[in-house]
Design a binder for this molecule. Sequence first.
Ligand code: UD1
Length: 399
Amino acid sequence: MKIISVVGARPNFMKIAPIIRAINSYNKSINISQPTSHTSPFIFHLLVHTGQHYDYEMSKVFFKDLELPEPDIYLGVGSGTHAQQTGKAMIGFEKVLLKEKPDLVIVVGDVNSTLAAALAAVKLHISVVHVEAGLRSFDREMPEEINRLLTDAISDYLFTPSTDADENLIKEGIPKEKIYLVGDVMVDSLLFNKEKAKKSDILAKLGLTNNTSITNLSSLITDYALLTLHRPSNVDFKDSLAEIVSALVEISKHIPIIFPAHPRTMKNLKESNLLSFFKQGTINQGEKIDQRIYLLNPLSYLDFLNLEMHAKFVMTDSGGIQEETTVLNIPCLTLRNTTERPITLTQGTNTLVWNKKDRIIKEAIKILEDREKKGECPQLWDGRAAERIVSTLQNEIIK
Ligand code: UD1
């Protein structure tokens, strides 16, 4: 049995890592030295990286942190318009498929590389597994929503993280038999790496503690909020970006904000002349300054997880961080007006604040006054989603 998994952009790496680990354990569990007619087949697995994300901080450091094997094949797609990126990934991946002739292709998430790989495979009549299927923001202006809809429509096996995703797929007419509720692979990575992340020295490096081996909150000197921002709808328009920055400036008068910035955001802050509101570098103890929004380069997986665990609250427009904060029980303000992960609103710690200054400030103040939303962890977000995926593959697909 030959399976090719595909990654391309930062949020793919933590989703594929637990699946590869589960495939390796499966391979170890089968007895190929004495095969019988009932022995499950060995899975020969190849990892393809399209190269949609190519910077060290956006890609390679994640391979290191997540202990991912080096990609077997790298397509070097790089940046470009959506059509260029998707097209280049399709052309490159089709060549791989023609040469390798896999039985199955696994794609994860909703980035351009996800759709490109699924399209190339399905046209060659190769079965496609989509992990994290069924999520919908119902906002077709989001490129990811188009990627989600199309990938789900052409995939053969749809592995979903939560029951709302199953319901979305059924409403779209996808046969029940194709849908498998397995839980969230992003949470698998989070739970698997939590202890390792606690050992990161990022807090000390940023001047947030004087203790380099900090592992608990009590030795934390400063409360801080953590921010990520990269959605085109927030950062590609000067007015939205300026409104968000003005809310951040207000909040930062009460609590420092740590902001590891995506390259797209960094570029747009520069172009919009908004960089003066940020301080680049670390916090010195006892420092008294007006602008306390600390701008950093993108962080590694473990460093970011550490900052997330110890934050007073998180502000983000990312998808995955809404899930991670729910599992970590950290309040999350999502700077969007929709979410494809509604379970983080209904069960988790997430609140939508859009890019509206008043809403962002109002909800941040609530948290600062310890009136934050309380949440609980959704069903099957237990660190075993990848195991369930591989046992489904074994029982239903590769038998
Ligand atoms: C992509 C995903 C998005 C995901 C995000 C996480 C799509 C449609 N979007 O968005 O869902 O949340 O990744 O990071 O697939 N750049 C670099 N170095 C890199 C990669 C990008 O400098 O390694 C810069 C380039 O200027 C590029 C811009 O960032 O034009 C955007 O990159 P791109 O891959 O097009 O989309 P993201 O915004 O990263």
